[in-house]
Design a binder for this molecule. Structure first.
Ligand code: BEZ
Length: 228
């Protein structure tokens, strides 16, 4: 995967790659990414522009859910190609003036990167010229505690993100890592998970005969996880 920007071919990071490293100025001071987040999950996301309505609704929702993500050992880092003073002014306006759904007086405490040069957004494939060559798309990178990109979701400018899905995806990946399982379509925490496919006829037979594992067929088996 790559993007072509001003006749320059820029490779886009992929699932399984190391998160490209950078230093940046943010609304919470300088960060050294991803080193500063070693040992933590990070949701690194871009938005098209400050002082725009969809982005404002998203920032308020990210800020409202920041503690829920923190409890899952996950930090939030945002980025747009606006400058630092625009970011500061926008976040102040959100706190002082904006009410949306059940949210008001919302303080955005996670770092928002200024990227006027587009250096970072280009590195992460956040500038997608077919959509806009002056604004980042709504990209979401899930980066694990070892600094590896584990999932990437892109949305166009007009589409606000689904935050239930962002949290669900994070919990599903953490659960898959912890129990060496996979998760089926629309899985929610607490539901049965998928046992990885049997690698031998013996294991397939065992699975079909097991009391703890439920098999739709030998290749499609699920089980409950321990309650915790
Ligand atoms: C918005 O956040 O509202 C927005 C930003 C760029 C283009 C369209 C909508």
């Amino acid at each position: 995967m790559e993007t072509l920007i001003e006749n320059q071919v820029i490779p886009m990071p992929r699932i399984g790659d190391k998160a490209p490293a950078f230093k940046a100025v943010t609304t919470q001071g300088e960060i050294n990414f991803p080193q500063d987040y070693s040992g933590k999950w990070v949701i690194f996301f871009s938005h098209p522009a400050d002082f725009t309505p969809v982005c404002t609704s998203e920032f308020m929702t990210f800020a409202k859910m920041e503690n829920e993500f923190s409890e899952l050992n996950c930090k939030l880092v945002g980025l747009s190609v606006d400058g630092l003073y625009s970011h500061i002014a926008w976040l102040r306006t959100i706190k002082e003036k904006i009410e949306f759904r059940d949210m008001k007086n919302i303080e955005v405490k996670f770092p928002l990167i200024e990227d006027i040069t587009m250096e970072v957004s280009k590195k992460y494939g956040m500038i997608q010229p077919g959509e806009s060559s002056t604004k980042a798309v709504r990209a979401v990178f899930f980066i694990d505690p070892k600094g590896i990109i584990r999932a990437i979701i892109y949305y166009p400018l007009s589409l606000g993100r689904n935050f239930d899905e962002l949290k669900r995806a994070l919990v599903a990946m953490q659960t898959a890592d912890k129990y060496s399982i996979a998760t089926p379509a629309d899985w929610r925490p607490g539901e049965d998970v998928i046992v990885p496919p049997a690698g031998s006829c013996g294991v397939a037979k065992e699975r079909m005969e097991s009391e703890d594992i439920k098999c739709v067929d030998w290749f499609f088996c699920t089980k409950a996880l321990p309650l915790n």
